[in-house]
Write a protein that binds this ligand. Sequence first.
Ligand code: HEM
Length: 149
Amino acid sequence: MKEFILTIHILIASFWIGGMLFMVLVLSPYIKNLPNSTKLYKAVGKRYSIIGTVFGLPALFVTGILNMKNIGFPISELINPANIYTVVLQHKFFLFLVTSLLAVVHDFYLGERANKSEKLRKTTRFVGIANLLIGIAIIYLATKLRFGG
Ligand code: HEM
C-alpha cells in the first residue's frame, strides 16, 4: 500500500511541476505572439488549475501525510521536527503552503484580471514563474528526504 501512496504522490507532483514547466517553456513562447494570447492562456490555465490546484494540491497534502505515516513519522513532527529528516520535511511543508497560497492568488485573482492591464498581466506571469521555482525547490527537498534529509 505504501508504494501505491508514494506513486500517487509522485504522479501528482509530476503533473504539478510538469504542467508549469510546459506552460512556461512550451506554451507561453508559442501563444504570446498570437492575437488573443491572454484569452488562450486563460482557457488553458483554467483547465490546469482545476486539476493541479483544486484537486492536485489537496491530494499532495493527503498523500504527503500518508507518506509520513508509512515511514513512521506522526504529523506533529511537521511542527516539532525531532531529526534532520523531519526538519527537511518541515521546510518542504512550509514551501508547500507558500506554493498553495500563490497558486490560489494566481489562479483565482490575478489570472481572472490578467487581461485588464499590462501590470496585472506581468504580475500574473511573475507569480506563475515564482511558483515554478518554488516547485523545483520542493522537488529538491523531496530528493533530500530520499537520502535521509
Ligand atoms: C508541491 C508539493 C509537493 C511535491 C512537488 C512533492 C514531491 C515529492 C516527490 C517527487 C517525492 C519522491 C521523492 C523520492 O522518493 O525520491 C516525494 C516524497 C515524499 N513527500 Fe512530497 N511533495 C509535495 C508535497 C508534500 C507534502 C505537503 C508532504 C507532507 C505533508 C510531503 C511528504 C512527502 C514524504 C513523507 C515523502 C517520502 C519521502 C521518502 O521517500 O523518504 N510531500 N514528494
